[in-house]
Design a protein around this ligand. Structure first.
Ligand code: NAD
Length: 480
């Protein structure tokens, strides 16, 4: 049994309560680790450590801050096998995906922000011949970063890297459901020579340690990625304290396939967009809107491709889908498949749990599921399922497609498949969505703004937007 520890002031330590939470491998249903059940006293210690570390961290030359973050990135690369296995054990995702996506991206996040701070500039404004204005962006002090279970180390580092690079000290909390890579990351921080207290990592429940952290008066900003309901709770807690708040929340994203699209390519990519990571990516395209003239042809190809996906032990190289993250999430996804049928949906493939043999006989596996015949307004097409469930809907005109794509409370991402240049620009401009991919999906450039509209969030991450979030902007006006 692995006993995880908090990382406070440079040391690994048990929670003050002495209490732990079970950590379950979703592919086997077995408890394999114990996660600290931290509370207010742990938060207090971590915040004090971060506050004390701040003056020296902010005074460090940028090049030295950068070098420490680059050391961390190198250590992630050197430990990539161990980290990938930990991610898969915790989350259930295919090991090949952890190796290909999660762990390399965590290293890339650190490298990106470590080098970005070497190349920043600031604005100046000349006011006639009276004054010179220039803008300073200064770190905030101690900030909180809270991340979810679907891309554990990937999203944890996506927040921590810009916060530290900008000169802040951080208290971070990974999801209690997938805490292992964050724990190994704290060991890497020790090896990298990160000064004590600059980064502190607390484990435990959102309703306990998470709330104590966001409410703490010393915390100047909260960067949160997770569910929309949790985002609402956090916003209500921190708004009276006027903290800076970045919320990256849920999605119900549309894939729009127009008749001019390359059908083979769009079907292949729509499968990836719907089912990568068992459909547990906030950017997954779970509503596939297809122009009626190609609907039947697309449907046939799409369903054939989905039927070829292998739901397997995530350790096996041939696994396309592994286990969903937990027993409760497994029940939630299956309940949405029932609901879709009650709402009049027809299951074209999947629609059931998958029972594996041997090591994985008690795991939480679900067949990738495709449903048609549902209206846009039904709950299946409105609510975030966050699992391997996609719906197909035909449309006639471009306007109808845009209206359907926009007709949910969410506005995170969309992908548009067309070979008409003007149509691509027109549709992209009319989608209520923070990110629009045209003839691609999940093609990420870390410099670009990332975030959602409507109930998908507030603020943007990525590139300079992230560095700006973690700084306070000050204008200085000097009269001649
Ligand atoms: P969640 O909201 O349950 O938990 C996210 C994190 O918040 C966890 O660390 C949790 O412990 C913590 N938390 C929970 N309640 C809290 C509270 N009251 N105060 C402070 N912290 C609290 O989300 P999840 O189930 O872990 O993740 C799935 C959700 O995340 C999905 O809705 C998905 O769309 C969303 N997500 C969004 C993005 C994005 O970039 N927009 C990326 C990934 C996941």
């Amino acid at each position: 049994m692995l006993f995880l520890q908090n990382y406070i002031n440079g040391s690994l330590c048990p929670p003050i309560s002495g209490q732990y939470i079970d950590c379950i491998n979703p592919a086997t249903g077995e408890i394999f680790a114990q996660v600290p059940d931290s509370g207010a006293e742990d938060v207090q210690q971590a915040v004090i450590a971060a506050e004390q570390a701040f003056p020296a961290w902010v005074a460090l030359p940028t090049a030295e801050r950068s070098k420490l973050l680059l050391n961390l990135a190198d250590l992630i690369d050197q430990n990539s096998e161990k980290l990938a296995l930990a991610e898969t054990t915790d989350n259930g995702k295919p090991l090949s995906l952890s190796k290909r996506m999660d762990i390399p991206r965590a290293a890339a996040n650190l490298r990106f922000f470590a080098t970005a701070i070497l190349h920043t500039h600031t604005e100046t404004y000349l006011t006639d011949n009276q004054a010179l204005n220039y803008v300073l962006r200064q770190p905030l002090g101690v900030v909180a970063c809270i991340s979810p279970w679907n891309l554990p180390l990937y999203l944890f580092t996506w927040k921590i890297a810009p916060a530290l690079a900008a000169g802040n000290c951080v208290v971070a909390k990974p999801s209690e459901i997938t805490p292992c890579t964050a724990y190994y990351f704290s060991e890497l921080c020790q090896q990298a020579g990160l000064p004590a207290g600059v980064l502190n990592i607390l484990h435990g429940l959102g309703s306990r340690v998470g709330e104590e952290l966001v409410k703490h008066p010393t915390i100047k900003a909260v960067s949160f990625t997770g569910g929309t309901q949790t985002g609402k709770q956090i916003a209500a807690l921190v708004a009276p304290q006027f903290k800076k708040l970045s919320l990256e929340l849920g999605g119900k994203n549309a894939t729009l396939v127009f008749e001019s699209a390359d059908i083979e390519q769009s079907a292949t990519m729509a499968v990836k967009a719907a089912f990568t990571n068992q459909g547990q990516i906030c950017l997954c395209g779970s509503r596939i809107l297809v122009q009626r003239s190609i609907y039947e042809q697309f449907k046939k190809l799409f369903v054939e491709k989905v039927q070829q996906l292998k739901v397997q032990d995530p350790l096996l190289a041939e696994a396309d889908l592994g286990a969903v993250v937990s027993a409760s999430h497994y029940r939630k996804v299956l309940s949405y498949i029932d609901l879709a049928q009650q709402e009049g949906g027809k299951i074209l493939c999947g629609g059931r749990a998958v029972q594996l043999q041997g090591r994985c006989e008690k795991g939480y596996f679900i067949a990738p599921t495709v449903i048609e015949g549902l209206t846009q307004n039904c709950r299946t097409n409105q609510e975030e399922i966050f699992g391997a469930v996609a719906t197909l809907q035909p449309f006639d005109t471009e306007n109808e497609a845009v209206q359907a794509a926009n007709a949910t409370p969410y506005g995170l991402a969309a992908s548009v498949w067309t070979t008409h240049l003007t149509q691509a620009h027109r549709v992209a401009a009319h989608l209520d969505s923070g990110i629009v991919w045209v003839n691609c999906w999940l093609l990420r450039d870390l410099r670009t703004p990332f975030g959602g509209m409507k109930q998908s969030g507030v603020g943007r991450e990525g590139g300079m937007e992230a560095l700006e979030f973690f700084t306070e902007t000050k204008n200085i006006c000097i009269a001649y």
